[in-house]
Design a protein. Structure first.
Length: 354
């Protein structure tokens, strides 16, 4: 759920959001339309998570965010925040409503160079001030970090920063080419970074590193003599993102707000006109780019030896890296964040198998 397009008070230089400087607010009718089917899904099944992101969710204010959350029942709300706006009042709000917290911070001070305020100043201090408030109130939080330069020499410092930060888990996103951002990374260096990060984690495994866990879980399945299920054989997860105005974008939220002369605006429909459950059930017919994307997935399966682990490149990466096509295969994102990840983690595991 995108409560607003505005990202305040930060203006990160690597951000992919096209409207992050505009204050478009989600009206309550959009949240109410989404809540109706979601509440039904939450009855008696596994826990449903509603994640508020795609801008800075706290910039809408506590009253409006509470209004947007109010129609939902039996779900777990999570906010993905830059933490710059977190104060004692926000901490009380988060605790009272049992809201999960994800913080976006990229490591030690010098690794946050791309995270700046709208005035052009480094944002590290205001982010850490918010993190300190969370810790003071005993609010657990997870972290997503963007690595702009995957330097193996900095991997240990990077990990130890989060080990001392007190987060429960760490998700690492190597900076990607998508949206209004462009980024390129050399594959060998990326693999060395993942190898060094795995070594740092193994030496002090106090924080779960999302990417390392994915590789080790996959490898454990294989080593136990089980056949890991092929991604193609698993029911696809549409991961619907509902934008501030009710449009639904599947799989890649990074496509929200963009328009292509050939593929349209990438939306499947709008929850104010059609129920979310209908949009998901009829996604194939309502989403013009999906057929082309599935052709790309089939091509990945036929040509890439890493497919069982990776599952194929994401739509946004395909589109932005392959000149507006969804049926290309390998992307630089695949290389740096899937193949290099797999090679780096398994290389470390092999070297320390004794």
């Amino acid at each position: 759920m995108q409560p607003t397009t505005l990202c305040q008070p930060l203006d990160c230089s690597y951000c992919y959001l096209p409207f992050r400087n505009s204050r478009h607010l989600m009206p309550s009718v959009v949240a109410e339309a989404v809540a109706e089917p979601v509440n039904a899904w939450a009855q008696g099944g596994p826990q449903v998570e509603v994640v508020w992101h795609g801008g800075e969710p706290l910039s809408v204010g506590r009253e409006h965010l509470a209004t947007l959350m109010a129609p939902f029942q039996g779900v777990k709300h999570i906010v993905q925040t830059n933490a710059a706006l977190i104060d004692d009042a926000w901490c009380v709000f988060l605790l009272e409503k049992d809201i999960g917290v994800g913080v976006s911070i990229d490591g030690p001070h010098d690794m946050n160079a791309h995270r700046i305020t709208r005035a052009g100043h480094p944002a590290y201090r205001v982010i850490m001030r918010g993190v300190d408030r969370l810790r003071r109130h005993g609010i657990p939080f997870d972290v997503i970090a963007v690595v702009s330069t995957p330097d193996p020499a900095r991997a240990a410092d990077f990990y130890e920063f989060f080990a001392h930060l007190g987060c429960r888990s760490l998700g690492v996103n190597v900076e990607e080419q998508e949206g209004v951002n462009t980024a390129r990374h050399e594959a060998t260096r990326a693999a060395e970074f993942w190898e060094a990060l795995t070594a740092a984690w193994q030496a002090n495994p106090v924080v779960r590193v999302r990417e390392v866990s994915r590789v080790l879980d996959f490898a454990r399945t294989v080593l136990n003599g089980e056949s890991p299920p092929s991604p193609v054989g698993i029911a696809w997860d549409p991961l619907p993102t509902v934008t501030h105005d009710g449009n639904v974008v599947l799989i890649s939220p990074e496509l929200a707000g963009f328009h292509d002369a050939r593929l349209g605006d990438f939306t499947t429909g709008n929850v104010l006109h059609t129920g979310l459950e209908v949009l998901l059930a009829e996604a194939e017919e309502r989403t013009p780019w999906l057929a082309e994307f599935w052709r790309g997935i089939d091509a990945c399966k036929a040509t890439c030896s890493y497919f069982d682990f990776c599952g194929g490149a994401h739509p946004a990466n395909r589109y932005f890296e392959h000149g507006g096509r969804m049926d290309g295969t390998r992307t630089r994102y695949c290389t740096a964040s899937k193949i290099a990840l797999f090679e780096g983690v398994t290389r470390h595991a092999h070297a320390h198998s004794d």
